[in-house]
Write a protein that binds this ligand. Structure first.
Ligand SMILES: [Cu+2]
Length: 223
């Protein structure tokens, strides 16, 4: 559904989405809403944020590194998943949401800096919201086989309307430990895995349309 909604008017859509996102998740078909046509890759108009998202992670070679799921829960947003990032020494590794939802290997510089809409200092996930970037998720642990088990709940990031919405942004694992102090990035080294946080239904919609957005399997311009 909603194919015809995707054709036109990016700018108008951006404005209208601000209004639309303020509403409860609409199950009614958006086709019946006049004047809200538009193309935007996240989240889909017809699949307004329902509190579930995922990030298909890739490593620096562009290979799949696994999937993270993000789910709205009472305490915040739960981030779960098992990643495989070969070639990274074991230990704690910085884990953040970055500003731009583009993951271009090998260096993932396309993802920009930490997601920090309120101009806060860098900090830890458990720091008060005013003393951390919204995207500061602390560290995750990588083992000797390159496996990373992630299951955390963050009270600050959000899925859906508002300034702290992480949909459409990049989530990144770094090569080094985030010292949780050094500004502006915790001295966490290079990104080693990156994925764009997409509302769950939007991922399927994108695949159906074959929109070249991410180096997702089968969509890469080059192997
Ligand atoms: Cu980072």
């Amino acid at each position: 559904m909603g194919r015809k909604m995707r054709r036109t008017f990016r700018g108008l859509a951006a404005v209208l989405l601000l209004g639309l996102w303020g509403c409860p998740p609409p199950d009614e078909p958006v086709e019946e809403r006049p004047g809200q046509e538009g193309e935007r890759w996240e989240p889909a108009l017809e699949d307004a944020p329902g509190g579930e998202a995922r990030a298909e992670m890739v490593d620096h070679t562009g290979e799949s590194a696994g999937t993270l799921t993000l789910t709205s829960v009472e305490e915040g947003v739960r981030v779960q998943g098992q990643l495989h990032i070969p070639g990274v020494p074991p230990g704690e590794k910085g884990f953040h949401v970055h500003e731009v939802g583009e993951c271009e290997p090998p260096d993932f510089e396309s993802a920009g800096p930490h997601f920090d809409p309120h101009d806060h200092p860098h900090g830890d996930r458990d720091d008060p919201p005013t003393e951390r970037h919204i995207g500061d998720l602390g560290n995750v642990e990588i083992d000797a086989e390159g496996m990373v088990e992630i299951d955390l709940v963050d009270e600050v990031i959000e899925l859906g309307p508002g300034p702290d919405d992480v949909l459409g942004r990049a989530i990144i694992v770094h090569a080094e430990r985030d010292d949780l102090e050094t500004q502006p990035d915790g001295d966490a080294g290079d990104p080693v895995a990156c994925g764009v946080i997409e509302s769950r239904d939007q991922g399927a919609a994108d695949e159906a349309q074959s929109e070249p957005r991410l180096a997702r399997e089968g969509e890469s311009a080059s192997p």
